[in-house]
Design a protein around this ligand. Structure first.
Ligand code: ATP
Length: 357
């Protein structure tokens, strides 16, 4: 169901954790709240869940104001489900009982679910593929299976809003990838509205319909993964999502950027540079938008660091004014620390090289 966050602020004593947050979440949307530690993500999720109240502002879930001053709706009276990083399973309950519990106690349970609790338990066990584990206790499950129980418990009563706080961060890398796919398919199968808190930009880019990038208690940008990656509005977003190189230089006109001896045409790079970055005389260029060569034109630099990553090799190159990151296909000729190289825009996709002016 639609959720509206209007002019929310939150103070803890003198600390302002949230500064005038506004966000509309559409029915069925998968929203990732992305930001570094301490930016206010969990605080925002706690306000949505009802574990805490905003200092100011309104939260509407399913057209209902749940944040009325001194009469805020408690978590159990909001039509929500929650999944935590720690799983928060009950040690004395079987998998099946974890799923049954919210079906017995959720206050917004639809009549068709109320009258068919056993059927719904089977359905949910099926969705999270735990049919054969129904009678197991939490200590008899692996980390991934525990997380699936936590997901099953949250989705069983079909809540209007599913809130997830870093649900994959305690799993190992391989399992995290698998659970990403499972959460995506769970979203497709249930059509649930999801608010997913993470500090992991890859997770947000991979799964969300829209990403809300936060820093320092404020929303920096809201957009689809593609928009956030291709059109970062601020210096913070460009660096935090996709680790753009922010090259220092001067904008000569709308599309021409001059680092020093050469100039870069931004319209060749398939990026749109925001007025914020332009005003700061910065040009954001992704590591994969550069290429390296031993000869030719371009910006002269020195290889400072090399990291083999399988598919790609990640280089750090000193170009005098900046240290830049360049990702090359590992099938290309390698470069070594100390080499003098020339940095150009990637020629793939017929992008012209830098021009000298
Ligand atoms: P993390 O990823 O580390 O969990 P976060 O983005 O979720 O970080 P929050 O936990 O929302 O950040 O915290 C935002 C700010 O509010 C931080 O400065 C934090 O220290 C402060 N804060 C959060 N909860 C409280 C509290 N109960 N009392 C005082 N300050 C708090």
């Amino acid at each position: 169901m639609a959720t509206e966050i209007k002019n929310i602020t939150k103070f803890f004593g003198k600390t302002q954790a949230l500064k005038t947050i506004n966000l509309s979440i559409k029915d069925g949307e998968f929203i990732a709240i992305l930001g570094p530690s301490g930016c206010g993500k969990t605080t925002l999720l706690k306000l949505l869940a009802g574990f805490d109240s905003p200092t100011d502002g309104i939260i509407m879930i399913d057209h209902q104001n749940v944040s009325e001053k001194n009469n805020s709706t408690p978590p159990e009276k909001r039509n929500i489900g929650m999944v935590f990083q720690s799983f928060a399973l009950w040690p004395h309950m079987t998998v099946k009982d974890h799923i049954k519990f919210p079906l017995l106690h959720h206050q917004f349970l639809a009549n068709d679910l109320k009258n068919n609790i056993e059927k719904r338990i089977d359905e949910v066990l099926n969705i999270v593929e735990l049919q054969t584990y129904a009678n197991r206790m939490p200590h008899e499950l692996s980390g991934g299976q525990k997380q699936r129980v936590a997901l099953a418990r949250a989705i069983a009563p079909k809540p209007a809003l599913l809130l997830m706080d870093e649900p994959l961060s305690s799993l190992d890398a391989e399992l995290r990838m698998e659970m990403r796919r499972e959460i995506q398919s769970l979203h497709r199968m249930t059509g649930a509205t999801i608010v997913y808190v993470t500090h992991d930009q890859e997770e947000a880019l991979a799964m969300a319909d829209r990403i809300v990038v936060m820093n320092n208690g404020q929303i920096q940008q809201v957009g689809t993964p593609r928009e956030i990656y291709r059109k970062p509005n601020t210096e913070f977003v460009a660096k935090f999502v996709g680790k753009a190189n922010l090259i220092h230089g001067k904008w000569l006109n709308e599309v021409t950027f001059k680092p020093y001896s050469v100039s870069i045409q931004s319209n060749w790079m398939n990026i749109e540079v925001s007025s914020d970055l332009r005003a700061k005389n910065l040009c954001p260029i992704r590591p994969e938008q550069f290429s390296l060569s031993y000869t030719g034109e371009g910006i002269e630099g020195e290889i400072m660091n090399v990291q083999f990553q399988g598919k790609e090799i990640h280089y750090t190159v000193n170009i005098g004014s900046d240290l830049i990151a360049i990702h090359e296909d590992s099938q290309n000729k390698p470069f070594y620390i100390g080499d003098t190289v020339y940095v150009n825009l990637n020629q793939k996709n017929n992008v012209p090289s830098l021009i000298t002016i």
